[in-house]
Design a protein around this ligand. Structure first.
Ligand code: CTP
Ligand code: MG
Length: 243
């Protein structure tokens, strides 16, 4: 049994607004991508790591990830996260039978959670996601919320922001990474999505599109995603430790 982690780090980090790609930003002197890779290794559930990197930054990522055991492989990322993972999937080793897809943007994901996701993949369960209950009330509105949530103009234009439904919070969860998959199921899901032009916001949704069951297990607050400068500060304060 060989488990490969695809560590996605090929984004630019537009919302973070740093000069470097988000995964190269330092927390207490360590690049975010290295912290994430070290936690994958500490889980003892991962045999190989493929890191998706933005084209042109290969050398910086080699330096950021130098000396890790097992050594990481780099895959040049694409325009979207889904494209990046497609590229990484072509580099899976023959022996690989489980794949964890993990965002470098969640560097402080506890090794125990990573191991729980990997261990939950079995003959019966081919897709596993960590999830937490939502604490906010979630409503549906008539327009798509833009990527930058700071905008208040959304609610001033006519029809914009009109509420169409309030969802039952008891049935909602917020989903994290790593998401774990039987290798063949994940490959089929990505092949199917690419053939049909499906763009998912996570990996499991591509498996759901095949009608294959996805199992949620309890997530962990420490697996929080660093998206904005505020997130970076929170992560540094709560989980950055004494690095
Ligand atoms: N990612 C990737 N390839 C892309 C886009 C994103 O591998 N083309 C990765 C990011 O590096 C990140 C994860 O997917 O670890 C989740 O994406 P997100 O948090 O949105 O990161 P960015 O795309 O870098 O940030 P932004 O959307 O603010 O630009
Ligand atoms: Mg993004």
């Amino acid at each position: 049994m060989t488990t490969t982690a695809i560590l996605t780090a090929a984004g630019s980090g537009q919302r973070l607004g740093a000069e470097l790609p988000k995964a190269l930003v330092l927390i207490k002197g360590q690049p975010i991508v290295r912290i994430a890779a070290e936690n994958l290794i500490s889980s003892e559930a991962v045999d190989e790591i493929i890191v998706t990197v933005p084209a042109g930054y290969e050398a910086q990522f080699e330096t950021a990830l130098a000396g890790l055991k097992p050594a990481v492989m780099l895959a040049i990322g694409g325009e979207t996260r889904q494209d990046s993972i497609m590229a990484a999937l072509t580099q899976l080793s023959l022996a690989c039978d489980k794949v964890l897809v993990h965002d470098a943007a969640r560097p402080f994901t506890p090794p125990a959670l990573i191991a729980q996701v990997a261990n939950a993949i079995s003959g019966e369960v081919s897709a596993v996601i960590p999830a937490l209950p939502v604490t906010d009330t979630i409503k549906q509105v008539a327009v798509r919320i833009p990527a930058l949530p700071s905008s208040t103009t959304l609610y001033s234009a006519q029809n914009d922001g009109l509420v169409t439904a309030t969802l039952n919070r008891e049935t909602l969860v917020a989903v994290q990474t790593p998401q774990g998959f039987d290798r063949g199921v994940l490959e089929n899901a990505y092949r199917n999505a690419s053939g049909k032009g499906i763009q998912g916001t996570d990996d499991a949704s591509l498996v759901e599109a095949l009608g294959i069951p996805v199992k949620a297990i309890p997530g962990d607050a420490a697996a929080m995603k660093i998206t904005t400068p505020t997130d970076l500060k929170i992560a540094e304060l709560l989980y950055g430790g004494a690095r």
